[in-house]
Design a protein. Structure first.
Length: 208
């Protein structure tokens, strides 16, 4: 057990106690959902049922076991906590910062509203939303610049070598072009950093 796991499991802390409680609760709920959806063979249309249905359709050798399915369901449960609300908050903030984007987006929405009125409808369909390119661009750019999950964690299953896109010069003057990753090493990758380095950080909502 690593030091980080020992601290997370045993260190007395109000925040860690709450995190441990949340973890246990999410496991309990995920197991109950897995049992419930497995009995119905994933006939529902919710994401949990679809997971069970897709897994049951796989070849037996590639099929996920119960522990792996429960882990996936935990991710879905925890990852869905306030992510939509947080993303919407960031989008509204960026729209307030960029009134020209707000004006263009409002014009597209109102044009679609007129289309709905001509059809004597009041509810947007998925096809309507897909046909609004600027709205989709604003949402995707918000998710790029303000991802709700800023980091992702992985563990190396085998010894590997990670090539670097840009060489690193050490304080000794050595130039490093790759990093050796031993088996079992825990890696933290920055989704925010990757998005901004690869696609630009021009004040967000880079829609030009």
């Amino acid at each position: 057990m690593s030091l980080r796991e020992i601290i997370g499991d045993y260190m007395p802390s109000r925040k860690l106690t709450h995190a441990r409680y949340t973890a246990k609760l999410s496991v309990k709920v995920a197991k109950e959902l897995y049992a419930q959806k497995s009995e119905g063979l994933g006939h529902g249309k919710d994401i949990m049922s679809l997971l069970v249905k897709a897994n049951s359709a796989e070849d037996a050798k590639r099929r996920l076991n119960e522990e792996e399915m429960v882990g996936l369901m935990r991710v879905v449960i925890l990852a869905g906590h306030e992510t939509t609300a947080n993303t919407l908050s960031w989008m509204l903030m960026e729209l307030a910062r960029h009134p020209e984007v707000q004006t263009k987006l409002r014009a597209e929405i109102r044009a679609m509203q007129r289309t709905l009125q001509s059809r004597r409808e009041t509810t947007y369909t998925n096809a309507d939303l897909d046909s609004m390119p600027y709205l989709n661009a604003v949402m995707k750019e918000t998710l790029r610049y303000h991802p709700v999950a800023i980091n992702t964690y992985r563990q190396a299953l085998r010894d590997d070598v990670l090539p670097l896109s840009k060489p690193i010069t050490t304080i000794n003057g050595d130039i490093i072009t790759e990093l050796r990753i031993p088996k079992g090493v825990n890696l933290i990758t920055s989704i925010t950093g990757y998005n901004r380095v690869m696609f630009g950080a021009c004040g967000a909502l880079n829609l030009r």
